[in-house]
Design a binder for this molecule. Structure first.
Ligand SMILES: Cc1ncc(COP(=O)(O)O)c(C=O)c1O
Length: 369
């Protein structure tokens, strides 16, 4: 068998006609930036996410950057971020000139540890950025309570978890202002880079809209120094077609995850992902851990199975952050995860037979190891 790490093979052909019709209508509209499709998608996504507002932007990184900027986070402020995340979370803090304060994850859930977040708070802490990594909601009940008690803004990084919940509430609807990515491979992905900001706050909504559009509310009149980060009409048009499928696609990811669990439960040497009791996961990734991860990855590759590592180098050890003078050993949980995690294929359309084959090869490796 040949199983790629990710494929649109089922998702995209099923909606091709609808997408092509929508793209044709977009093309014929002769209106390509900030038009009706962006307005409609913003309304539909806010509705889906149970927030009052959604602001369409160019990508998930810009969404986080604009969110922090809208809150007035800047030089001298500390922002608490996970030590285990995609680098975008850290970059957004760098863009506004604030100080990055990394906090280790719970090694079982991979997500920000609420107790460690609490211990990292100082009088300079202005915001915390919980990242719902790999599809699982952070423990937002606890994080929100700690943030509220300490007067700290919450900016959720919901790039990987559209549709996940904590105590029934959707991720991306807890923080004052939150970022989401619609990068093609995300659970809800555009046909290129795209992102959004979600908020219930009218004032923050207006601020984010102003920042994303050159700091302008009226054409050619600029209130503040903004950026150009608008969701393209073409992406909004196709996202409108894809959004109604998101829950079904997420359900399929959950089905695949359950199947992996059934096959791999109790296999010595394999650590399966753990979902905290009050939250759900939409399984953006299905990540297993193994002490001989690199050999396991090679073995799977030899057997036609694509896998990835999310992520091989934690942000504090990236060259880009060498000026912060972190060193190996500073965040041992993130470092250990980077050494042992392996993401198995998970996407709508991955068949039961394929999942069984992948699990079989993982087991074969562990029996040999
Ligand atoms: C956790 C996380 N945050 C932020 C981003 C940034 O999103 P984008 O790639 O749309 O800029 C991503 C996606 O790549 C991500 O995985």
């Amino acid at each position: 068998m040949n199983i790629p790490f990710f494929s649109f093979k089922t998702m995209h052909p099923a909606i091709k006609t609808e997408i092509m019709n929508r793209l044709e209508a977009f093309y014929d509209s002769h209106w390509y930036v900030l038009g009706q499709y962006v307005k409609d998608f913003e309304k539909e996504y806010a509705n889906y996410n149970n927030t009052k507002y959604c602001i369409g932007v160019a990508n998930g990184l810009d969404a986080l950057h604009i969110a922090l900027k809208a809150l007035g986070v800047g030089p001298g402020d500390e922002v608490i971020v996970p030590s285990n995340t995609y680098i975008a979370t850290w970059l957004a803090v760098s863009y506004v000139g604030a100080t990055i304060v990394p906090v280790e994850p719970n090694p079982k859930t991979f997500n920000l540890d609420p107790d460690k977040f609490k211990n990292a708070i100082t009088e300079k802490t202005k915001a915390v950025m919980p990242v719902h990594l790999y599809g699982q909601s952070c423990e937002m009940d606890r994080i929100m309570a700690i943030a509220k008690a300490n007067n700290i803004f919450v900016v959720e990084d919901n790039a990987q978890s559209q549709g996940a919940r904590c105590e029934g509430q959707l991720t991306g609807s807890f923080g004052q202002v939150n970022g989401v990515s619609f990068y093609p491979g995300k659970n809800l992905g555009a046909l290129g880079d795209a992102g959004g900001i979600t908020t219930d706050d009218e004032e923050l909504d207006l601020k984010c809209r102003t920042i994303r559009n050159y700091g302008s509310q009226k054409k050619y009149y600029n209130k503040i120094i903004g950026i150009n980060s608008r969701l393209d009409e073409a992406h909004a048009a196709t996202l409108l077609v894809k959004l109604p499928h998101l829950d079904a696609w997420n359900a399929e990811r959950v089905r695949i995850a359950d199947q992996y669990r059934k096959h791999l439960q109790g296999i010595e040497g394999i650590i399966l992902p753990f979902i905290a009791s009050q939250v759900t996961s939409v399984y953006h990734q299905f990540i297993i851990r193994h002490q001989r991860r690199d050999e396991l990855q090679t073995y799977l590759k030899e057997n036609g199975i694509g896998t990835l590592i999310h992520y091989p180098v934690p942000p504090h050890l990236q060259e880009a952050y060498s000026h912060l003078n972190f060193k190996a050993g500073d965040f041992p949980i993130a470092e250990e995860l980077a050494q042992t995690m392996l993401s198995l294929p998970i996407y709508p359309g991955l068949s039961e037979k394929e999942v069984a084959y992948i699990a079989e090869k993982v087991k074969e490796f562990t029996f040999k190891a």
